[in-house]
Design a protein around this ligand. Structure first.
Ligand code: DX5
Ligand code: ZN
Length: 219
């Protein structure tokens, strides 16, 4: 059985001086998840916010599921702090060299779901050995660091490959897409096997955010 479709609006596209208000808009629109992009200025050429911001937002929007996307060279140094801040899912990239399997296990031991992330240039094969130990695989459809970039349609076969392995091995991980997702590109990702949809720019610019949420939920 395929997973139901979940929308995870990305706070990166919110108003950074008023992130609590932006998070409240996500909750008011009826979205189930909130995607929080954590950047270190090294793994990606940009900076966002840290565990204290996540902890304070947690108190502002207690009903949203916090999907924390770590774009860090050393995610293993911060998993515990983000779990304590109220993250419910913590994903990190496969590209930096570290003991990925150990960190996946640590995230679960902290009481969170875990996720592994692939940059556009990283093939699906890079995470194949970890698939039995993950709750979510996140496929980047832009080079991470900034919102508002065009969707990379050439990533669609990567979803199809991961979905095929998921079926073959009877695994249950979610397949998430992040970057340039809107109501058109998201449908293409759903057809290729994605079930969890990060949308920053398209969500916050939508004329009717509640109907955006309803439409994605119906995919
Ligand atoms: C990019 C981030 C994304 C970003 C997506 O580095 O990982 O989550 O917010 O923004 P849009 O939906 O505008 O491409
Ligand atoms: Zn992200």
């Amino acid at each position: 059985m395929p997973h139901n479709s979940i929308l995870a609006p990305s706070l990166l596209a919110g108003q950074h001086a008023r992130l609590a208000e932006s998070a409240a808009q996500v909750a008011a629109a009826g979205a189930p998840w909130l995607h929080l992009d954590i950047m270190d200025g090294h793994f990606v050429p940009n900076l966002t916010f840290g565990p204290q911001m996540v902890a304070e937002l947690r108190r502002e929007v207690p009903g949203l599921f916090f999907d924390v996307h770590l774009m860090l060279d050393e995610p293993q140094r911060y998993a515990k702090a983000f779990a304590a801040a109220g993250a419910q899912l913590i994903s990190f990239h496969i590209e930096p060299s570290l003991d990925h399997r150990a960190l996946l296990a640590e995230i679960r031991a902290l009481g969170c779901l875990n996720g592994i992330v692939l940059n556009p240039d990283t093939p699906a094969e890079a995470v194949r050995h970890l698939l039995a130990d993950v709750d979510l695989v996140l496929v980047m459809t832009v080079q991470p660091g900034f919102g508002g970039q065009p969707f990379r349609r050439d990533m669609l076969p990567k979803f199809a490959q991961l979905d095929a392995w998921r079926r073959e091995q009877a695994l249950n991980f979610r397949l998430e897409v992040d970057g340039g997702v809107d109501l058109k590109t998201g449908v293409e990702c759903r057809a290729a096997g994605a079930d969890t949809f990060v949308a920053g720019t398209a969500f916050f610019k939508a004329p009717d955010r509640a109907s955006f949420v309803r439409e994605v939920s119906a995919w």
